[in-house]
Design a protein around this ligand. Structure first.
Ligand code: GSH
Length: 123
């Protein structure tokens, strides 16, 4: 049996609910594994193996282990492009390792911009 789609996190979290909304829109069955943040479960070693920043959500299926809700949504939208809401996501070949790179690239660019501004202020 294929590994079920798993989402880790409390549904009250906006980032978790973003991923859940995407799964529901795409008619994907999933298992929600609640993480009790008030007990600090998101900072426990077992969870950090799935989400190294200790944040929710995290996502796993038979071929990918992901974090960052937007990367998760993109992965779901592309993998299940032919079901549910077909207006959501493209049909690009799946390359899970690259899914988060847009987020990282934007983060790096923002940091570089900030560093540049700081540099300019110092002059
Ligand atoms: N950019 C992340 C944000 C995730 C995030 O901030 N999650 C919050 C809950 S909504 C969290 O885990 N906070 C606990 C912490 O940062 O320690 C995403 O979209 O997945």
């Amino acid at each position: 049996m294929a590994t079920p789609v798993k989402v880790y996190g409390p549904p009250i979290s906006t980032a978790v609910s973003r991923g859940l909304a995407c799964l529901l829109e795409k008619d994907v069955q999933f298992q929600l594994i609640t993480i009790n943040m008030s007990k600090g479960e998101h900072k426990k070693p077992d969870f950090l193996k799935i989400q190294p920043f200790g944040q929710v959500p995290a996502f796993q299926d038979e071929s990918a282990s992901l974090f960052e809700s937007r990367a998760i949504c993109r992965y779901i939208s592309e993998k299940y492009h032919n079901q549910g809401n077909k207006g959501r996501g493209g049909r690009a070949e799946l390359q899970p390792a690259q899914l988060g790179s847009g987020v990282s690239a934007r983060f790096c660019t923002a940091n570089e911009d900030q560093a540049r501004r700081r540099g300019n202020q110092a002059k």
